[in-house]
Design a protein around this ligand. Structure first.
Ligand code: ATP
Ligand code: MG
Length: 423
């Protein structure tokens, strides 16, 4: 019979890997909560309409990357390809955004996202993001805050010298439309020199051509009009304010006037944290301002800014640079060897330890076995200490402590003394 396999591009995270993920998730959680952001959770499946309307019909995601199907009732549903659309939808639905002026909503989310892409290193079909969104603030201080937050995260993880920040301003919808027209005029004159993808985008999503990986197209763009020349005064001021804040906060950045984002909903600030250590999948965190999105979805006009980071890429990067703490792979501290007819006493002893030393990870031997085979399991578990409970020890209320890694003599002690020895 053919063995069943996971779907291509959808990875299992095995027990050897989950400690790395837990570490990364706990560091991120601590940092974002340190800035007062609150967690929100929303469904993995949403109506297809949500993503079409927010991300935009002519984006890569909506055109070719979504997992979309009809449910049993014939309604078109989609596995979420990103979190912002759902975050806005959920916040709107619960009316979290109506108390603007008195209560700012600073939210974060995490979880799997789904995109039908060509799987490769750092690019999967089920991948994981942690994202942050702040609603209700139009000024550049909050753009700066989310970037200061990410900079702190990189420092905490030891990644600060491995990633760099690129920022740009897309201006308002109006200034962008003017720029779009100028870009299209420039490129139309050189249409036959464009790659096929860019030719198609010329009619649908011309800004995305700036993103093209094609070298000829990039060369052609050298002479193209520059987005920064089309910014309206307010956007210019907003952008310069952001740069002032970042500089004062010690966050280094580079202005990249070619930086555009794949989604339709951005306005003004866009940014990416990139690394050169992961090959083509170099963006580990990306986001920007999306002031128009809430009203576009039928809510009251609400300024918003946010970002999402790719957890797979961060795990890869931390592994590549050897930045995970060393003892992450050890998941058992104490292995309880129970030989003979002592199961009940072994349970009691294990529970006593868990009660009095809850920080210890105690694995009790289940399934019996000889002393020798249990000791082998104890060793393989990675535990520092084996506690040996035989029938004699059980009788006398004692236990034998054997150090599996350290060069220390084994000793037999009263069970109540155990927390004096094991700390
Ligand atoms: P890319 O240009 O790499 O396709 P994107 O612009 O499509 O990225 P976003 O939608 O901005 O990505 O998502 C934010 C982050 O999520 C990305 O910077 C990346 O770290 C991560 N990410 C996006 N798509 C994938 C994927 N298919 N597999 C793994 N991580 C991903
Ligand atoms: Mg993409």
């Amino acid at each position: 019979m053919k063995k069943l396999q996971a779907i291509k591009g959808m990875n299992d995270l095995l027990p050897t890997e989950t400690p790395y993920w837990q570490y990364l998730e706990s560091v991120v959680t601590e940092v974002v909560q340190g800035y007062g952001y609150q967690e929100i959770r929303f469904p993995i499946l949403e109506s297809t309409e949500l993503f079409k309307r927010t991300i935009g019909e002519v984006t890569d995601i909506v055109e070719k990357e979504m997992y979309t199907f009809d449910d049993r009732n014939g309604e078109s549903v989609t596995l979420r390809p990103e979190g912002t659309a759902s975050c806005v939808r959920a916040s709107e639905q619960a009316q979290l955004l109506y108390n603007r002026g008195t209560l700012v909503q600073k939210l974060w989310y995490s979880g799997p996202m789904f995109r039908y892409e060509k799987p490769q290193k750092g690019r999967l079909r089920q991948f994981h993001q942690i994202g942050v969104e702040a609603y209700g603030i139009a000024s550049a201080d909050v753009d700066a805050e989310v970037l200061i937050l990410t900079a702190r995260l990189w420092r905490t993880l030891g990644l600060d010298s491995a990633v760099s920040l690129q920022i740009n301003s897309l201006g308002t919808a109006e200034s962008r439309a003017e720029y779009k027209a100028a870009l299209v005029a420039y490129l139309n004159e050189r249409k036959d020199q464009l790659d096929e993808d860019s030719q198609r985008r010329l009619g649908t999503n011309p800004l995305r051509i700036l993103d093209s990986k094609n070298q000829n197209t990039q060369a052609l763009l050298e002479g193209a009009p520059d987005l920064s020349d089309f910014l309206d005064d307010e956007s210019k001021q907003h952008f310069s304010q952001l740069q002032t804040y970042l500089t004062a906060a010690g966050v280094t950045f580079e202005v990249n006037t070619r930086l555009v984002r794949g989604l339709d909903y951005y306005s003004r600030t866009v940014f990416e944290w990139v690394t050169d250590k992961l090959g083509a999948q170099g963006t580990v965190c990306a986001g920007g301002r999306y002031d128009g999105l809430v009203s576009q979805m039928g809510g009251q006009p609400t300024p918003a800014v946010g970002f999402a980071m790719g957890m797979e890429r961060l795990v890869l990067l931390l592994q590549e640079l050897n930045l995970f703490p060393e003892d992450l792979s050890r998941t058992v501290d104490v292995y309880l060897v129970a030989v003979g007819d002592v199961t009940l006493q072994a349970f009691q002893l294990a529970e006593y330890l868990r009660e009095h030393a809850p920080y210890l990870r105690v694995q009790m031997n289940c399934g019996g076995g000889s002393f020798k085979s249990q000791m082998k399991k104890a060793d393989r578990s990675g535990a520092e200490i084996a506690l040996i409970l035989g029938e004699d020890e059980a009788q006398s209320g004692e236990v034998t402590v054997k150090y599996l890694r350290a060069d220390e003599p084994q000793q037999t002690i009263k069970q109540e003394q155990i927390t004096d020895i094991i700390v």
